[in-house]
Every structure is written in C-alpha cells, then in structure tokens.
Design a protein around this ligand. Structure first.
Ligand code: 5RP
Length: 233
C-alpha cells in the first residue's frame, strides 16, 4: 500500500470511529498518525457543538489538539474513560497488539487500562498472522538500567537495538525521558503473556509494547469506503 492510500485509510477509519464518540464523556486518545486523523475528525464533527474533553498519550498529539482548539484535561479530572481510540503497529487474529512504534506505549497503556472500551484503528497492513511478524517489540526502559536490561533481554532470547531519533544517531527519548529498545520477536511460536511477564520482572523495564487482551474492537480500513469491524470473541 502506498503512503497516500495508507493515509486515506487512516483518515477513513478515524472518521468512522469519531462517529461513535459521545461528547458528554471524556475521551482517551493514544498517539500516532492515525490518532492525528482522529483529532482532525473530532474538530470537524464538533465544529459547531461542544466536543468531548480529551486526555492524550503524547505531547505531539497534545500540541495538535491545542492547534485544533480541542479541550484537553488530565488524569486529575478523570477516573475512567468509556472509550479510548488508538492505533497499533500489529493486530493478530486474537486482537492482541504490538504498539509503541511512536514511542508512546507507556502512557497509551495507562489510558487503555482506564478505558472500558479500547477501539483500535488500523489499515489492513497492520493485520498479522502472529505478533512480531513485521514489527519488533518496543520496550521502554529507564536510561540508567539500559545496558543491564539489554543483557537480561538477550538472555531471554530477545536481542534488541536502542531506538534512535529519526535522522540522528542520538537515542530517541520518550515523553517520560526514557529510551526504547526494539526487539525482534522469535519466528518460532512463543507465549506472549509469559514473555511479557518475564520482561516486566526486569528492573528498569518501564513498559512493553504488548497490549494483550486489551483491545475490545478493531476497525480496519480496507478498500476505499470499506471499514471492517473485528470484535473480541
Ligand atoms: C505509538 C503507537 C501507535 O499507535 C502506532 O505506532 C501506530 O501508529 P500510526 O497510527 O502512526 O500507524 O503505538 O506509540
């Protein structure tokens, strides 16, 4: 899929999701280019009526929401979300996800845990037969612990690379001041839940990009004008 078609798909699926939004409930937004389309679609749908209050997972999305005059609030004000809208890097047949391509996985996971419904928006390229088929697993790590965590991950069979800032050899820093290790997942079958537990047991690991059993529904943009809905069975 070319970049233009992919952007059109993201826009289409974002517009479909925004039609479901209840303006009277605070709304959680993740991060990434699909979520930016969600922000634009919210600004369009609520151009003449009050939009929902938003809590967002990254400074980048926050900035765009401000530019669009969408109202932002914080976790001081919200205890629970009825709905969170977010993208993903991979979606497997069980609706388990890999997220964190944009480096916002920690805040995304907090908001997702606070949401009764996590609605994931993807184009068809994100569907995979098994997690790790196309995307490495991002792991957010405290910088001080990085060499130690990397060795422990290697011992678990997960060699990793430190993510760099685009166009630079400097490490990428998350909005929380941490670094990201990108670890290709094994090609042979593995237990993602077990691996996630083992990663969380390493001191210095802040969060992983595994979102297992969390997505309640996934909207997939296919051919133009067609959005398919996948629901957890
Ligand atoms: C950021 C994420 C994003 O949801 C994921 O990377 C998908 O991004 P995009 O919508 O740009 O394809 O997990 O941490």
């Amino acid at each position: 899929m070319g970049i233009e078609a992919q952007e059109a798909s993201k826009r289409e699926v974002a517009e479909a999701a925004v039609r479901e939004v209840d303006p009277n409930q605070p709304l959680a937004l993740g991060s990434g280019s699909t979520v930016l389309w969600v922000a634009r679609a919210l600004a369009q749908r609520f151009a003449t009526s009050p939009p929902p209050r938003l809590v967002v997972a990254s400074r980048g999305v926050e900035e765009v929401c401000r530019q669009l005059s969408l109202p932002l609030t914080s976790l001081e004000e919200v205890q629970e979300f009825a709905l969170m809208l977010d993208g993903a890097d991979e979606v497997d047949p069980a609706l388990d996800l890999i997220k964190g391509g944009g480096g916002a996985l920690f805040r995304e996971k907090i908001l997702a845990r606070m949401s009764r419904e996590l609605l994931i928006l993807v184009d068809a390229t994100k569907r995979v037969p098994r997690l790790g088929a196309r995307h490495p697993l991002p792991v957010e790590v405290v910088p001080f612990a990085r060499p130690f965590v990397q060795r422990r991950m290697e011992a678990l069979g997960l060699p990793s690379v430190v993510r760099s800032r685009p166009g630079s050899s400097q490490p990428f820093r998350t909005d929380n001041g941490n670094v990201i290790l990108d670890a290709p997942l094994p090609a042979k079958p593995f237990d993602a839940r077990e691996l996630d537990r083992a990663l969380h047991a390493i001191p210095g690991v802040v969060e992983t990009g595994f979102f297992l059993g969390m997505a309640t529904r996934v909207l997939v943009a296919g051919a133009p004008g067609r959005v398919e809905e996948l629901a957890r069975s």
